[in-house]
Design a protein around this ligand. Structure first.
Ligand code: IVH
Length: 700
């Protein structure tokens, strides 16, 4: 922030650039201060950055970014709350956007549970409240903790704040509550209260909130509880997490109990016996939406029977037994100022629309994705056009099309055939079937600085190595100075800095003794990364977090896994077969792994990385089930549950489910009609059992 131009003298382009820079710097400063408890700026420097950001926004209101620091007062304080681990993770809901999606949801449940056509399947419908979710722990009927959702596993302790909310009982009424229960629901603010709050804020010269949801979030996450108390927050109870006992047999019964215990539940909650019933409820709520007095953004459907909810379980972040039917996305028209190209970690060139900022559904939008060049051609969007955009929920805004194209538009957009970052050819690959990929990719590989930087950022990111204090900005800086070229350099940072002819980190601007020490400490703390994080961190195409987890649980040790990958990449069929036998691992991931392992650059990188780190073995599934760690093959017809359910329940108990029989198979569960797999199992002398024996062994 040395040579600073006065705000009045800034050109529009300069202002835009500076707002972008300030947004990043303030975010990093916030993280350093609130998350790492290790500020790298003085209070005065920090305040000056915020003040400048606000001055520029006042001068150029249309340039205000959707991630503007001036919008982030609430989130900022949040980092100062202590962390709470939820007893049961707080999950998200999968989305349905059409009637067909809803019908498919119900059909999927029927298939999974193996329900006959005329067996009743009762689903409940209720509004999806647009607020923030909260988990309230009650012990012996008393509120002992309130936690925000956070990342789903760990949230923030907002107990004192939650106690000021009238709808949240301090002690439960009535009877029959479990000794310990996490009650979950949504904190929200009514439209009326939101208006009054904003009017007061304006009079007091304080920040106004963009929408009731932000106002509710900002009000709950206040370090000064008197501020929360003065804000009229409300709460609907609609779900639960950990409980010490079962307290209901159905969702409807649970909601009724919540009401008896003193919670407010939504009056539009109803069970329905048919999909048509659900769709009627959806239309009814669409009509009433504006009259409710609070914001809702869809309708949530849930399986009513709780024993079925349990059987259905979860797929990654979503329960199989619930879905959110979203209201149509909100739209707006604005000017497309430019099309810029971003280069991702795997070299994909993504065109991004830079837009004149516009408010869509209460949020300022200034960027939207254009996906790829075919999409741009289909829409025929060109810089300077007025475009219609849409924003639905948390998804990235999209460009829908051009509105009233002008006669003298700029020429049609042409995707660069060279990578804008490294100049290497950018090509569209053709697959085995002769189909051209819609994406254009930079062929620069490791020599492309954009790819290298994105890969490094991925390696240190939260879901990979999770190295605190080494964020996007630091990675960019170290990479620009030639200090970090590949992930292995992170672990030799001191030497790399010296080799680059730079002074020790403690002498750098913005580092200092403590942050340098902390950075080295957090790097050292990651010298034994868990298998799944390590593999995910390598950033191999099609081998992300989930697939990495599948490999980790199957192989447990990195050495066992990697030697199999190497064998497969040398063409050994048995090794490839083992990789492919893992439930959930497909051809694409295996092909990509083989490709990665065959590339000398990658092998060198991996070798030097493994000189620095020791990958920790994955744990055999944490269950004491006798089937944990066993490899199971299901064959023939199952009569007591569907194949999908059998697979996911076996996996939940820590077993590995494979599609093919080999010497490594432990158990073959054979139903009527079993053929070649059963024969092979017998030849190999494997343990073969009936479905009933299996259910008994697995304790199901
Ligand atoms: S049920 C396991 N019911 O939507 C699923 N969620 O996209 C538990 N939400 O994080 C959630 N209204 O914050 C449920 N009536 C409702 C809801 C609701 C709003 C929120 C909740 C959740 C998000 C998922």
């Amino acid at each position: 922030m040395s040579k600073q131009v006065s705000v009045e003298a800034l050109s529009e382009a300069e202002a835009r650039r500076e707002l972008a820079r300030l947004a990043t710097e303030i975010r990093l400063a916030d993280n350093a201060y609130y998350k790492d408890d290790d500020p790298h700026l003085s209070d005065a420097e920090y305040d000056a950055m915020r003040a400048r950001n606000e001055q520029i926004e006042a001068q150029f209101p249309h340039l205000k970014r959707s991630d503007s620091p001036s919008e982030r007062v609430g989130a900022q304080v949040s980092e100062a709350f202590s962390k709470v681990t939820h007893g049961v993770p707080m999950l998200s809901l999968d989305n349905a956007f059409s009637d067909e999606d809803v019908a498919e949801f119900a059909a999927r449940i029927r298939r999974y549970l193996g329900l006959g056509e005329d067996e009743p399947l009762v689903l409940t419908a209720e509004p999806k409240i647009d607020g923030l979710s909260l988990s309230l722990t009650y012990e012996s009927g008393r509120l002992v903790r309130a936690a925000t959702r956070g990342d789903g596993s760990v949230g923030e302790d907002v107990t004192v704040n939650a106690r000021t909310v009238e709808d949240i009982p301090d002690t439960l009424k009535g009877e029959g509550w479990p000794d310990k229960i996490e009650i979950r629901g949504e904190v929200y603010m009514t439209g009326e209260a939101f208006k009054v709050l904003n009017a007061n804020q304006e009079v007091a010269g304080k920040k106004v909130f963009a929408n009731p949801r932000n106002a509710a979030a900002g009000s709950l996450r206040q370090l000064d509880v008197s501020i929360t108390r003065a804000r009229p927050l409300r709460f609907f109870a609609y779900a639960w997490g950990e409980t010490s006992e079962r307290f209901a047999a159905t969702q409807a019964e649970a909601i009724e109990k919540f009401r008896d215990w003193g919670f407010v539940t939504n009056e539009l909650f109803h069970p329905h016996e048919t999909v048509d019933g659900l769709l009627d409820a959806y239309r009814d709520m669409t009509e009433r939406r504006t009259l409710l007095g609070y914001d809702i953004d869809g309708v949530v459907y849930k399986v009513n029977r709780l024993d079925w909810q349990e059987r259905l379980g979860f797929v990654s972040r979503f329960p199989r037994w619930a879905i959110a039917h979203k209201f149509p996305a909100e739209r707006a028209v604005t000017k497309l100022e430019a099309i810029e190209i971003q280069v991702g970690r795997t070299g994909t060139l993504t065109p991004v629309a830079r837009l004149k900022p516009v408010t869509v559904g209460g949020v300022v939008v200034s960027n939207a994705t254009l996906h790829n060049e075919d999409e741009i051609a289909r829409l025929d969007v060109r810089p300077g056009d007025m475009v219609e955009i849409q924003r639905a929920g948390d998804v990235i805004p999209q460009v829908l099309g051009v509105v009233d194209p002008d006669e003298n538009r700029s020429p049609a957009f042409k995707m660069p055939e060279e990578c804008p970052q490294c100049g290497a050819a950018a090509v569209r690959e053709t697959d085995e079937k002769g189909e051209e990929d819609v994406r254009r990719r930079c062929t620069g590989g490791l020599t492309c600085p954009a790819q290298a930087v994105e890969r490094l950022k991925h390696f240190v990111s939260r879901k990979a190595l999770d190295i605190d204090g080494l964020g996007a900005k630091q990675v960019e800086l170290f990479h620009a100075l030639g200090i970090l070229e590949g992930p292995q350099d992170i672990y030799r940072l001191t030497a790399r800095i010296e080799e680059a002819g730079e002074p020790p980190l403690t002498e750098w601007d913005g580092f200092g003794e403590t942050s340098a020490k902390n950075l080295f400490a957090s790097i050292d703390a990651r010298r034994n990364p868990p298998f799944q994080r390590f593999l995910n961190g390598l950033g191999i195409r099609h081998v992300g977090e989930t697939t990495s987890g599948l490999f980790a649980r199957h192989f447990l040790s990195w050495a066992a896994f990697w030697s199999t990958v190497e064998k497969a990449s040398r063409g050994e069929e048995a090794a490839e077969g083992e990789l492919l036998s893992i439930d959930g691992v497909g051809q694409t991931a295996v092909k990509s792994l083989k490709g990665f392992a065959a590339e000398p650059h990658n092998r060198d990188m991996l070798q030097s990385l493994l000189e620095e780190v020791g990958v920790a073995d994955a744990e055999a599934a944490a269950t004491d089930s006798p089937v944990a760690g066993k490899t199971i093959v299901f064959t023939g017809t199952l009569e007591r549950m569907t194949r999908d359910e059998a697979k996911s329940r076996a996996t939940a108990l820590g077993a590995k489910v494979s599609g093919s029989v080999s010497a490594k198979t432990d158990i073959v569960v054979a139903g009527p009609g079993a053929g070649s797999k059963l024969k092979k199992a017998e030849e190999l002398g494997l343990q073969v059992m009936s479905e009933d024996d299996w259910l008994e062994l697995a304790g199901l």
